[in-house]
Write a protein that binds this ligand. Structure first.
Ligand code: TXA
Ligand code: MG
Length: 349
């Protein structure tokens, strides 16, 4: 049985938070909102509780979890070394969507880190997440609260769809703000390396610590360093194809492919920018069209992306044609998730 409790982040129900915190301390799992996506948490210091996360999600055991803390001070016992760069990053971006990788202490169970000698840590910015962490009084290991492989949940209903009957409690705090996960930054290499683009951009990190590299595997088709990045991810049931072209040619590219593919009898969803939707009006009457946002508003596109992929599945779509956006700034995270959802399948002009 899964209990589902709606929480107003402005006036939080203390009893619900206490219930969640107690479950965590008792070695159970609880789903809760963060400012990026929903997380499925367990007491990070309780290996048996952590095992239940892998079980509920169907997550491979070698894919390490992010440990969430209520305050930077909670970090010290979990790591063996905190560099000056790490302090500067925490000062600037915590609470917020930046996960930092440190050498781990012996206190952190090995199932949290997938056997690695490093641990990923972040202090989330969502009021419900922070209140739950404070009330629990323990660090909380939490991956995204989706079934392994599915798009991450950005509303409580997504968690319900994936994990109903498998976990005791879902705390629903409404829509998440960012819609893409945190940036994962490895501080154990010189220079530090972005393993997963996310809510905090490369440019913002560079402003604080100078030189930063991106995992080269993010560009090429190589096995990535972040274990989780090698698995199929963010994939809806529908096949996803990315449509890539300049602003001048993107509309005709979409029209051509749509008209060709619609003849196969598949149910097709178009996920496009506001600008493209406007141009398409004169040329196509698609069965299913969802606007991700204006091309320049990448935070809105990020906010809507996973939800749009899930909507298409909900409506029994066979094929999603999705417009590529800029990969600058927050666009790096948007395009990384989009490419993974598409299994790198791109149609160009
Ligand atoms: O925004 C987020 O980060 C959300 C919310 C719930 O906080 N969490 C999340 O967790 O996205 P998850 O498990 O879906 O993704 C964690 C990523 C995976 O790609 C994993 O491989 C990587 O972080 N990771 C965790 N620990 C690591 C480590 N020690 N070394 C390298 N990569 C690590
Ligand atoms: Mg995930």
């Amino acid at each position: 049985q899964t209990e589902y409790i709606k929480l107003d982040p402005e006036h939080m129900d203390k009893a619900a938070l206490k219930k969640g915190a107690l479950l965590l301390r008792q070695g159970e799992v609880v789903a809760f909102p963060t400012e990026t996506v929903y997380g499925l948490g367990a007491n990070a210091l309780d290996p048996a509780g952590v095992d239940k996360i892998f079980l509920a999600k169907g997550r491979p055991g070698d894919n390490p979890l992010i440990v969430h803390v209520a305050h930077p001070d909670q970090l010290k016992p979990l790591v063996t070394e905190i560099s000056s760069g790490a302090y500067a990053l925490m000062e600037r971006f915590w609470p917020g969507p930046l996960t930092l990788i440190f050498p781990k202490s012996t206190l952190v169970p090995s199932n949290v880190t997938g056997g690695l000698n490093t641990v990923a840590l972040r202090m989330p910015g969502h009021p419900v997440a922070l209140a739950l962490l404070q009330e629990a009084g323990v660090p909380v290991a939490a991956p995204s609260a989706n079934l392994s492989g599915k798009p991450s949940p950005t509303v409580g209903e997504h968690v319900w769809t994936d994990l109903m009957g498998k976990i005791p409690l879902i705390l629903d705090g409404g829509e998440t703000q960012y819609g893409v996960e945190s940036t994962v930054l490895d501080l154990t290499t010189t220079p530090p390396m972005i393993l997963r683009p996310g809510g905090v951009t490369l440019e913002e990190i560079q402003e604080v610590i100078g030189e930063v590299r991106q995992d080269p595997a993010l560009k090429a088709n190589q096995p990535p360093r972040s274990p989780g990045m090698k698995y199929t991810h963010y994939a809806p049931e529908a096949e996803v194809l990315i449509m890539e072209g300049s602003e001048q040619e993107i509309t005709s590219l979409i029209v051509n492919h749509y008209q060709r593919l619609v003849k196969t009898g598949q149910k097709i969803a178009l996920l496009v920018s506001e600008e493209t939707a406007r141009e398409l009006e004169h040329q196509l009457v698609p069965d299913y069209l969802e606007i991700l946002g204006p091309r320049k508003n990448l935070s809105l596109v990020a906010h809507r992306l996973f939800s749009a992929l899930r909507h298409a599945d909900f409506h029994g779509v066979d094929l999603i044609l999705i417009e590529a956006f800029s990969d600058q700034g927050l666009g790096a995270a948007v395009m990384n998730r989009m490419r993974k959802a598409a299994g790198n399948k791109v149609l160009k002009s």
